[in-house]
Write a new protein. Structure first.
Length: 106
């Protein structure tokens, strides 16, 4: 579930940030939330709200842009550009390359 953090006094830098609920800890009464790329925190239900579809899309776009700025992301796109002699080939191959560049890390 995609969420937005709100009303955090102890970690105000997370307010307004998009995160992903991982699980609910019954004993703590808090959700474990992942804020990409690797920041995991426990939040009270009062400090989260579901993302709208627009917020989900904007979050994905922002993460994709940041990932494509990395050396690995640039390398993948450069390989696709160099392998394609025509614009149509590039446009077709670009989708596959973006999938590889943006795939979750295991």
């Amino acid at each position: 579930e995609c969420i937005i953090a709100e009303g955090l006094d102890s970690a105000p830098e997370l307010n307004g940030q998009v995160g992903f609920m991982q699980c609910f800890d019954e004993q703590k009464g808090r959700y474990t939330v992942l804020f990409p790329p690797s920041n995991t925190v426990n939040l009270k239900p009062d400090n989260i709200r579901k993302c709208t579809d627009r917020e989900k899309l904007l979050s994905f776009q922002q993460q994709a842009i940041e990932e494509l700025k990395t050396p690995e992301g640039k390398k993948i796109l450069d390989e696709v550009r160099n392998a394609c002699s025509k614009k149509e080939q590039f446009e077709s191959a670009r989708g596959d390359a973006l999938g590889r560049a943006l795939a979750p890390v295991s």
